[in-house]
Design a protein around this ligand. Structure first.
Ligand code: BGC
Length: 244
């Protein structure tokens, strides 16, 4: 079965046609910068552009960068506050005509890795952490997703969340080398280990493409690996939402 998978991020909206049986892209990947401001209408128009680019009439699976409840965004996340409580699946259907299935972006990336990548056949607790504009988390136990965890929002200090301190967005904002940034990630992953004792960490998101530049700064007593599907995990997992 083929589905259009779309990964909505804070800086780019990426789509491709995905073969759900093999978990592979069967078209080129097309990226459009996230509109600024990323209001519901502006994002819906960008989604429509992507759907037209692929001339796609079928179902669309969509990774969305906020916690969700039955297709409704619970916050505006790094998009726009107007998304709070928006029924995202209904909005996109109204603008594009297709049926939409919405899943949290980090849950999506994790789903792809658990089925087709670094988390395949791993028993116990697997934690996917996506490092991009924000920090997203996807938590799995024996291959089963516990949806909508927000471990990027764990408190760092003085009321500040780890996302503001250790995301790739924070690295760019503070002009850090990947090595220096890796030291922040070291604190973050050690804290996650303390609160969850997972069996495996998988690092995904845009930053996973250059993981060799920072991963050895993270000294945590849990196996930690980059996403096998790298940045494509978000698109593949988004497509998988159609069958969840
Ligand atoms: C949001 C998460 C999302 C993450 C990555 C965070 O700000 O709260 O839901 O997964 O960014 O996009």
């Amino acid at each position: 079965m083929t589905v259009l998978g779309i990964d909505i991020g804070g800086s780019g909206i990426k789509g491709a046609l995905v073969d759900l049986e093999t978990g592979t892209l069967i078209s080129e990947r097309h990226r459009i910068p996230t509109p600024k401001p990323a209001t519901p209408q502006a994002v819906a128009n960008t989604i429509k552009e992507l759907v037209h680019f692929f001339n796609w009439k079928g179902d669309v699976g969509c990774g969305f960068p906020t916690p969700l409840h039955h297709g409704k965004a619970l916050s505006g996340g790094n998009l726009h506050p107007d998304f709070t409580n928006k029924q995202v699946d209904a909005l996109f259907k109204e603008v594009c005509g297709n049926n939409f299935y919405i899943v949290n972006d980090a849950d999506a990336a994790g789903l792809a890795e658990i089925h087709f990548g670094a988390g395949k056949n791993i028993k116990g607790t697997v934690m996917m952490i996506t490092l991009g504009t924000g920090i997203g988390s996807g938590l799995f136990f024996d291959g089963k997703l516990i949806p909508n965890t927000e471990f990027g929002h764990v408190l760092y200090k003085n009321g500040e969340i780890f996302e503001k301190y250790a995301s790739d967005g924070a690295r760019k904002r503070d002009g850090l080398s990947r090595k220096k940034w890796g030291k922040r990630l070291d604190k973050y992953f050690n804290h996650l280990k303390l609160v969850l004792s997972p069996d495996l960490f998988i690092i995904g998101g845009g930053a996973s493409k250059k993981s060799e530049k920072f991963i050895n700064q993270i000294n945590v007593d849990v196996p930690i690996v980059p996403a096998k599907l790298q940045n494509e995990a978000g698109i593949i997992g988004a497509a998988m939402a159609v069958r969840q």
